[in-house]
Design a binder for this molecule. Structure first.
Ligand SMILES: NC(=O)c1ccc[n+]([C@@H]2O[C@H](COP(=O)([O-])OP(=O)(O)OC[C@H]3O[C@@H](n4cnc5c(N)ncnc54)[C@H](O)[C@@H]3O)[C@@H](O)[C@H]2O)c1
Length: 500
């Protein structure tokens, strides 16, 4: 299919990284473009490009479109994305974001990334390196390394960033943080969280290859990961359940559900991780998982009303839920909006739903705590995206950070993808010890191997199930782990270096 050659209306302000990276004075909006990146005045419109428009990307787009210019759209599936291209005829249409950056890099101010998880980092990091502001869907990245990279790149290039966990801008997360930090439940040493996902197929054997539809560029969908034959099982949407593309139920939902935990308890890198699941397969995520992450004691800020002792955070998915604590109101569903969190405090227990919604205390007390975190209206209905637009238009020096700025979303996402590592390394049968700074496990030794099930079949013969499970050869665990921490990218796809 040919590129859509429709012209776009070019904006006046151009994006180049040099001035920003060097911390030079931001030029006023009247300055002729090309002399360095300048911060658009709040009244100026941003030129926004969206990569991955068939699903959530369109929702993000619709929220910014009323006030900003949508100048370019990129998708690898022109069948699935057809209606979005059609609804935005003034935006130049692309298959390949690399070509889009080459051709339109100078006229794009900001990029929204809503592709499958495995390509978030490569699309986002290359945009940041060009000095573009980035809104990137959750989970921020597929690996720990990619999260670290985006955190540091965003800081270096001083761009405005936001991860697409819209709950972070909303009432529930704000209120949960305020209650916990006001000391309403005392100190927290144990937290449990869960989701009712997956609601897409998981635990599957690798499907047989199919012909690629002529509206899909499979090679570009594969992007940085290793090539595999196309199947309609993978995309759209169901890529979530395939390790090469997605991050399973945990990666899909934890950025919404665990955010109030990360933020209220001021978590950083975990020090220990342990995972288990229903049958672990090489390619497809398991139907249900459980992960426990341990975080070390953190230093309480001056004047803090709580201490921040070592805390264990346990995650459940696939229908598993934490045990209901003593005093749980009989008949009350723990699942609120797709999941929930239980903060076990020294004085009380706080329960909230996905996106932190509707926090309540098990004691029945109704805390009255000053509202300190509020700023964003209609967060779940476009406010989160528009807060990022606001941040893009503020100068780097005086910018009020978005609620899921990469400086926080990056480390938070490292916690989320650590859950994936723990599940995929469960065959080691040990609690993994993690050095966050160095991004390495400290207790995986050279002789450790993992063996993972490739496919799981059974037939019933005369009423008797006969199992036919195929396993990988034992794989060196160190190598397997490092490849999951930092992927080797396919030729043609590169990440910038992590800034010092
Ligand atoms: N914040 C939320 O509430 C929320 C909700 C849904 C999805 N998401 C996130 O949004 C992202 C997309 O999920 P989705 O449900 O929209 O998936 P989807 O499969 O429905 O849509 C993804 C789109 O990206 C396109 N795409 C894939 N790789 C691409 C590439 N390299 N270049 C350009 N286009 C590419 C696909 O063709 C498709 O149109 C995921 O990261 C997901 O976790 C967030």
């Amino acid at each position: 299919m040919k590129e859509n050659s429709k012209k776009i209306t070019r904006r006046t302000f151009l994006g180049t990284t040099g001035a920003v990276a060097a911390g030079l004075t931001i030029l006023p909006s009247s300055v002729v473009s090309g002399l360095g990146r300048k911060t658009p005045a709040p009244s100026d419109k941003l030129n926004i490009a969206v990569v991955g428009i068939g699903g959530m990307g369109n929702s993000n787009l619709m929220h910014v479109k009323p006030t900003e210019n949508i100048v370019a759209l990129c998708d690898v599936d022109w069948g699935y994305a057809k209606r979005v291209f059609a609804a935005n005829p003034d935006a130049k249409a692309y298959w390949d974001w690399r070509k889009m950056y080459d051709e339109m890099g100078k006229s794009i101010d900001a990029v929204i990334v809503a592709t499958a998880d495995h390509s978030h980092a490569v699309v986002a990091s290359n945009a940041i390196q060009l000095g573009k502001h980035v809104y990137c869907q959750k989970p921020l990245t597929h690996t720990v390394y990619e999260s670290r990279l985006l955190t540091k790149l965003a800081a270096k290039y001083k761009v405005a960033t936001q991860m697409g966990n819209q709950g972070s801008s909303d009432e529930g997360v704000n209120q949960t943080i305020e209650w916990i930090q006001a000391g309403e439940i005392g100190d927290v040493k144990k937290v449990e969280a869960f989701t009712d996902r997956p609601i897409w197929p998981q635990g599957l054997n690798v499907p047989k290859g199919e012909w690629v539809p002529d509206t899909l560029n499979w090679d570009l969908f594969i992007g940085p990961t290793k090539m595999r034959p196309y199947s309609s099982v993978y995309t759209p949407w169901n890529w979530r359940g395939w390790w090469d593309f997605g991050t399973g139920a945990l990666g899909d939902m934890a950025c919404h559900i665990m955010h109030p935990i990360f933020k209220s308890l001021k978590l950083g890198y975990p020090i220990k991780a342990q995972g288990s699941s229903t049958l672990l397969l090489t390619d497809c995520a398991p139907n249900a998982q459980m992960v426990t992450l341990t975080f070390p004691e953190r230093i309480a800020p001056k004047g803090a009303k709580i201490k921040y002792p070592e805390v264990q955070v346990t995650w459940y998915d696939g229908g598993l839920e934490p045990t209901k604590p003593a005093g749980w109101p009989a008949g009350k569903d723990m699942n609120d909006a797709g999941g929930g969190v239980i903060f076990h405090g020294s004085k009380d227990t706080l329960i909230c739903g996905c996106y932190g919604v509707r926090p309540w205390l098990l004691s029945g007390r109704k805390p009255v705590v000053p509202k300190t975190e509020r700023r964003i209206e209609k967060a779940m209905d476009g406010g989160h995206e528009l807060d990022w637009v606001r941040a893009c238009k503020e100068s780097a020096e005086s910018r009020v950070k978005t609620k899921s700025d990469f400086s926080e979303a990056g480390p938070f996402n490292e916690m989320v993808v650590m859950g994936v590592l723990a599940v995929r390394l469960q065959g080691l049968n040990k609690e993994l010890e993690w050095n966050g700074e160095k991004m390495e496990f400290t207790n995986i030794i050279d002789s450790d191997n993992v063996k993972i099930c490739i496919s799981d079949n059974f037939t019933i013969t005369n009423g008797d199930p006969k199992f036919d499970r195929k396993w990988t050869e034992p794989m060196p665990a160190k190598q397997f782990a490092s490849e999951m921490i930092k992927h080797t990218y396919r030729k043609g796809f590169t990440l910038p270096e992590i800034p010092a």
